[in-house]
Design a protein around this ligand. Structure first.
Ligand code: ADP
Ligand code: MG
Length: 236
């Protein structure tokens, strides 16, 4: 439509607290931007999975989320869509710095998330960066301060925080801890704690984990504020 963007955004936001999850079936049933819808459509994502139905409406309302769902349940879109919509409604642009940070345990997972983001975020004008090591630190550093959305592994992120003066995340709005249980299993507990201590406290955090162990609960206590619990179990 020809409406000014801020009018469109206001209208979308006004619908957030009226979403009836039980009536949401398709992405087009959600109050999300045409840009995101187009990207989803072109990627052949039409209907939401259960974890997406349960978490996206809450995440759009800026709630912190502690999500439990198995591998393959569709967690990637459950956090990428709220990230895109958050930056969209803040009318974020390339010069605004880092808006969202996604931490995932392995390079391979980071790469998959990055590829999904590239496809569904195709019609937005945000810049995205993959920070997983392998390239030299300087090469990554130069680009990092120009990224709006960063997908990274824990060790490499902390290395940038420690060694890269250009790395500044005071602007950050959304933190995603993907596969938190695996991050902890891989020995990243101290690294994750140090990263969280470096981030602005006023932020939204979405934590996803297949299992809810004691150490995941510890991390949740440290990183989440008044979270909504979202659990999707194939057996129920
Ligand atoms: P998880 O992170 O929970 O293991 P993924 O986000 O990687 O799951 O998604 C698993 C698979 O399901 C991927 O191939 C993804 O493209 C596909 N998928 C996710 N959401 C949808 C959806 N709404 N419609 C169709 N396929 C989807
Ligand atoms: Mg995943």
């Amino acid at each position: 439509t020809g409406l000014p963007e801020d009018v469109v955004i206001k209208s979308l936001v006004s619908q957030y607290n009226q979403i009836d999850s039980s009536k949401v079936s398709k992405f087009s049933d959600l109050p999300i931007s045409q840009k995101t819808l187009k990207g989803l459509n072109e990627s052949k994502y039409i209907k939401l999975t259960d974890i997406q139905k349960a978490s996206i409406p809450l995440a759009l309302q800026d709630r912190d989320i502690l999500g439990a769902a198995q591998t393959g349940s569709g967690k990637t879109l459950a956090f990428l869509i709220p990230i895109l919509e958050r930056l969209y409604r803040e009318q974020w642009s390339r010069i605004d710095g880092i808006g969202a940070l996604v931490i995932t345990p392995t390079r391979e997972l980071a790469y998959q998330i990055f590829e999904t983001l590239r496809r569904i975020g195709n019609h937005h004008d945000f810049s995205a960066g993959l920070i997983i090591g392998g390239k030299d630190l300087k090469f990554e550093s130069k680009r990092m301060d120009q990224c709006n959305i960063i997908i990274c592994t824990p060790g490499r992120l902390l290395q940038h925080m420690d060694e890269n003066p250009l790395f500044d995340c005071v602007t950050m709005k959304v933190l995603v801890l993907d596969e938190a249980d695996r991050c902890l299993d891989m020995g990243f507990k101290e690294t994750m704690n140090a990263i969280i201590a470096n981030l602005p406290p006023k932020r939204q955090t979405l934590l996803f984990s297949a299992t809810q162990t004691k150490s995941v609960q510890d991390l949740a206590r440290l990183s989440l504020k008044d979270p909504s619990y979202v659990s999707v179990n194939e057996m129920t």
